[in-house]
Write a protein that binds this ligand. Structure first.
Ligand SMILES: [Zn+2]
Length: 269
């Protein structure tokens, strides 16, 4: 089979044998793929930094029919994100983004819109003010859910379809808002607070309008963590698997150690 060229976003890599590595990436033309880089571990190797996680590169490879590993024959960096590499907090957000893609997206389902969304979101992580990073991640999660076919219902009650009733909260299990009447009549599902549901609606409105306005920068760290948790639980429920996002756990650890994230409001954690 003839080699093909595609833009790729490197999600992660792991070693194969003594000298090679496997690069898991999201390609613009072929969706998520695993590429074998022969000799890719030798002192930077002939592929250099183009295969480092979070790089946007241009890759030439031989696509393997019917699944399995595709052989990489060349890769060049297209976009790197220097601020992300310098800044441990920014790096954790960028890593969370690609970890989510790695965990939730199936191999070989091509979606150029999703590729562009990942690339755009990484550029936002690179450039955004630090207080806006949660917003970048939240918007990305809603876009990812839409790409995977399970957008949360945030415009009406997910149970009865009422768009005007008082909202009681958001249910990860049901995948949407629940109105007060449905919440009162059961059966019981865990609901977020009304405030969390309201913020989720604002984020969804920003996603719809393409706005990068922040909704999180006036919230306390504890309030932001509630939003992050709600979206995380939603993706777990709808994606049908437990998600341990290592970079977010890491970020929580550094925040505990040095009080990063207490820059706005009171930190109740
Ligand atoms: Zn209802």
């Amino acid at each position: 089979m003839a080699p093909v060229k595609s833009r790729v976003i490197v999600l992660r890599s792991y070693k194969l044998g003594e000298t090679s590595k496997i690069v898991v990436c999201y390609t613009r033309e072929y969706g998520k793929l695993r590429l074998v880089a022969k000799g890719g571990r030798k002192g930077g190797g002939r592929f250099g930094a183009a295969l480092e996680p979070l790089m946007v590169s241009s890759a030439v490879f031989y696509p393997k029919e019917g699944g399995g590993l595709s052989l990489l024959s060349g890769a060049e960096i297209e976009t790197e994100f220097p601020s992300m590499r310098r800044d441990v907090v920014r790096m954790a957000y960028g890593s969370a983004l690609v970890e989510l893609v790695d965990r939730l997206v199936h191999e070989r389902e091509s979606d150029r819109g999703l590729f562009d969304c990942i690339e755009r979101s990484l550029a936002e992580v690179e450039q955004a003010e630090e207080e806006q990073l949660d917003d970048v991640l939240w918007r990305f999660e809603l876009n990812l859910a839409a790409a995977l076919g399970y957008s949360p219902e945030l415009s009406m009650c997910v149970k009865c379809g009422n768009a005007d009733g008082r909202v009681a909260g958001f249910s990860s299990t049901l995948g949407g808002l629940v109105c007060a009447r449905c919440a009162a009549s059961g059966p019981d599902v865990a609901l977020t607070t009304v405030a969390v549901a309201a913020v989720l609606r604002l984020i969804a409105a920003n996603v719809r309008s393409g706005s990068t306005a922040g909704v999180g920068d006036r919230m306390t760290r504890a309030e932001r963590d509630d939003i992050t948790r709600a979206l995380h639980e939603f993706l777990e429920e709808q994606g049908g698997q437990r998600l341990t996002i290592k970079s977010m756990d890491f970020l929580a650890q550094i925040r505990r150690l040095d009080g990063v994230g207490t820059e706005t409001g009171q930190d109740n954690g």
